[in-house]
Design a binder for this molecule. Sequence first.
Ligand SMILES: *Cc1c(COP(=O)(O)O)cnc(C)c1O
Length: 431
Amino acid sequence: MEAHKYHPESLMMSFGYKPEWSEGSAKPPIFQTSTFVFKTAEEGKAYFELAYGLRKNNVDEQSGLIYSRINNPNLEILENRLCLWDKAEECAVMESGMSAISTVLLEFLNPGDLLLFSSPVYGGTDHFINHFLAKLGIEAIGFHASDSYEDIVQRIKETGKADRLAMIYVETPANPTNDIIDISSCKKIADIFSTTEKQVRLAVDNTYMGPLWSHPLQLGADVVIYSATKYIGGHSDLIAGAVLGNKEMIGRVKTLRTFLGNMPSPNTCWMLLRSLETLKIRMEQQMKNAQVIADFLQHHPKVEKVYYLGLLEPNTKEYELYKKQYSSPGAMISFDIKGGEKEAFLFLNHLKLFKLAVSLGGTEGLAQHPATMTHAGVDPEQKIKMGISEKLVRLSIGIENVADILWDIEQALEAVEITSLDYTEKLVTVV
Ligand SMILES: *Cc1c(COP(=O)(O)O)cnc(C)c1O
């Protein structure tokens, strides 16, 4: 028989772990240890030589376990399994999505460099770029999904620092509007400004669509970044992150991780290994539910506009890009409710099955108000530009029975008719 190549979802239960390593234990135990015992001093010396890059591995020589800030079996099994989805050479798991993002930016940018980034990006990323990197003398310029390739190139040249462009950082689809950015187009821009001495790196935050429905490394990205707190973790019970790419870049990220000490604990890695086993079925069910909900919202008289990739009009530029870059519309929906903050809050306060909380990608439905919650810190003028108005509500769709999700949204929208005064009374009787 021909060699068979398994799909990633079939390997999530076994890849990178052998039961004989742990008394036949079917699942990897939690290696709750800070340090690892060397058989001999010579072995310890050899492990350190490899870990510190003092010499290359001999044939068949494996790097050994030293200390849990540097390596740990739970961490390594998790990294090996995450590589399968993105077909990445290497992965570095981190203690949060933010630590994945900040470590990448710190490793590949130097004082005086120029950074190009898509806007909007996650609030924490925006703050790190505009406040912390500015302090290091790194200039950052933003661009929007609606900006043309020519405009962006022009803007880079206008800074007078085009020769210092070191990185393009992209988050797509953008949170919370689902605007999409063309990754291959960004790769072209990176190539224009790359020289033989200096490669402009392209980093993509793929939290919304990965690792199932979009593979930025295949579209030209150099690194792909995740908040593993979201779909990968998927149960709203942990904080973690990941960075994937080639050996050279991830090697550098891992080295900085060793010195920042921002690796996840063995326990968090173990929980993520468990999450990975159901990743595909969770995400697929979330997406199926989201399609039903988006259709329902689009036809509801109290809803003004729905932002969902599955509702894009065929034969538009945006639709073509969506088809090229994604294999699914995802499970994140935003919508403008008719009215403003008052109506949005009435809707949110009346949800019963959905939890009123930020974050996303978990098994349960979550709802929030971007203008006053996740994006409260964004400059008011920018907020308008990004389409984050007072009437915008964001939903992360879960795996509950879709009839129950529909019922919840329907009854919460029904409650929006009441004025806010009546509402206070009504809430008392409901409670
Ligand atoms: C949540 C999130 C982050 C930050 O991740 P943490 O795990 O909370 O640190 C970064 N990017 C996106 C798109 C996110 O949704």
